[in-house]
Design a binder for this molecule. Structure first.
Ligand SMILES: [Zn+2]
Ligand SMILES: [Zn+2]
Ligand SMILES: [Zn+2]
Length: 152
């Protein structure tokens, strides 16, 4: 990526970057939100809200309703902490919570792994095409289904 300082985070550094981004957006980093983010960030492949609800329930020793997990995941997506992989109906922790991009996913049909790439030139073209068709693009979803290197 060019034109800005792009940071990819992982591990406890990622949780700290996510916390900072959420607080900067005027939202609270509650214990429950921290637990949801911790569960989400252990997944290399997109995780469903049900998977996250199960893991957070185990972590807290208390049954969490998937609905409350959905609401938190929505807050995360709205604030760039999590990415929703639409074709998998699942979520991934965003490795660049402080930096907004229209993330592009390569989703493996075999193992479900989603590789994340950023290319602002591509997303700018997609947004421009929508605007040229008199459509206001809020959130381009660019996903490519296929086979990863492991599964070919
Ligand atoms: Zn960036
Ligand atoms: Zn991205
Ligand atoms: Zn695969």
């Amino acid at each position: 990526m060019s034109g800005h300082q792009h940071h990819e985070h992982s591990g406890s550094d990622l949780a700290e970057a996510a916390r900072a981004a959420l607080v900067a957006a005027g939202e609270q980093w509650t214990d429950l939100r921290a637990d949801v983010f911790a569960a989400l960030s252990t997944h290399a492949s997109p995780a469903s809200a049900y998977d996250i609800a199960d893991e957070v329930s185990a972590r807290r020793g208390k049954r969490m309703a998937p609905n409350s997990i959905y609401r938190i995941l929505d807050v995360f997506v709205a604030n760039n902490l999590a990415l929703r992989v639409e074709s998998s109906n699942a979520y991934l922790a965003n490795s660049h919570p402080g930096c907004l991009h229209d993330c592009i996913f390569l989703v493996c049909d075999e193992c479900g792994e989603a590789t994340h790439i950023d290319n602002d030139a591509v997303s700018k073209t997609v947004r421009g095409l929508a605007e040229a068709a008199d459509f206001k693009p809020e959130r381009p979803v660019i996903e490519i289904r296929g086979l990863c290197a492991e599964c070919r």
